[in-house]
Ligand binder design. Sequence first.
Ligand code: HEC
Ligand code: HEC
Length: 349
Amino acid sequence: MKKLISIILGFILLQACHTEENYTIVPTVIPLQIPSNFPEIEYNLENNPLTEEGVALGKKLFYEGRLASDGIISCGFCHEQASAFTHHGHTISHGIDGNFGFRNAQPIQNLAFFSEFTWDGAAIHLDLQPIIPITSDFEMGETIPSVIQKLNSYPEYRILFENAFEDAEATTERLLKALSQFMVTMISGNAKYDKVIRREGNVNFTNLENKGFVIFKNKCASCHSGALFTDKSYRNNGIPFNKKFPEEEGRKRVSGFEDDFYKFRVPSLRNTEMTFPYMHDGRFGTLEDVLDFYTDGMSENGGKIDPLLTKQDGSLGIDLSQEDKIALIAFLKTLTDNTFLNDKRFAEF
Ligand code: HEC
Ligand code: HEC
């Protein structure tokens, strides 16, 4: 009888331990810190709550070369922190086997505030975006089923998936959700500009920066607007057609509308000092080149130019003097966020 009781007790205890074990892996939900001068986020956290374990898994996946067919090209290969997660030194990005795409890598920053991604808006959810690079022949050259199979075969990932989700199984949904969780936390909102706007401490613009800010508000902020420095629309800023990439049609690739030919999503200018080269194809190496283009470089051979871009004399472009340009660049540099560029939470090592 005693033996029976102890067996029953033992069994109950075992069950208790088992349940407790299940509870110990409930992931820790963490809040998202949104700068006070920023808008509401667009990413729906209810469908994918941020957790410490999910973000950690997302970070590991972001820097994981094994997501690519060659075992080398990770997301971080083209999205490097020191250049606000762009592909430093590359006009257009190359990936697997040195294959080249036809676009300049965009920064990974403040993506929680967007609902359409890439230069032409081809991805309409952050969770779906990574499928493009993983499966593209120019980027990681893999297939999603093969990535999932690989992840499930590594014991270290089984533990990480179990910590972040209900069990150890790597699935497409969990892979994408973990990557999104990491990218959602990548908020850049601590530049000198933000400190001035939020009236933090004793931070002020210099006279030159202030002059640049005024010019910016008058001549640039109609498109590069708000705290994100983009109105998120697709526009044709007069950039001449690049004959090297005849397949490039801008937004028209997605919408099919002739009117959208060579329109691109207005890029955010946060950390712009670090995200060179510039434009969808990385054709300009410096901010000086960009401003010379705005005053003198526009051409209608890349489709219909945005009506905002007409000078006082009726010709194409934006009126800016040499001094205006110097002041504008000084202002643009106040958007460099060294906290973000050096944040250990986003660093590979
Ligand atoms: C071979 C280089 C390369 C690799 C590898 C790469 N990307 Fe990119 N990424 C790009 C380029 C180029 C673009 C611009 C694409 C376009 O407009 O068509 C981009 C755009 C993006 C965007 C859109 C940003 C925005 O503002 O809309 C996100 C998000 C992104 N990449 C995430 C990732 C993730 C996550 C991975 C890994 C799974 C990854 N990338 C791997 C080059 C790369
Ligand atoms: C009519 C809307 C519009 C106006 C006005 C405008 N821009 Fe742009 N800007 C764009 C678009 C669209 C692009 C992307 C074009 C492309 O990639 O081909 C862009 C690209 C840029 C880039 C390159 C960013 C990158 O990451 O590649 C910089 C820098 C820039 N603009 C600065 C300015 C400044 C400074 C002004 C004011 C003097 C200004 N823009 C006025 C629409 C505009």
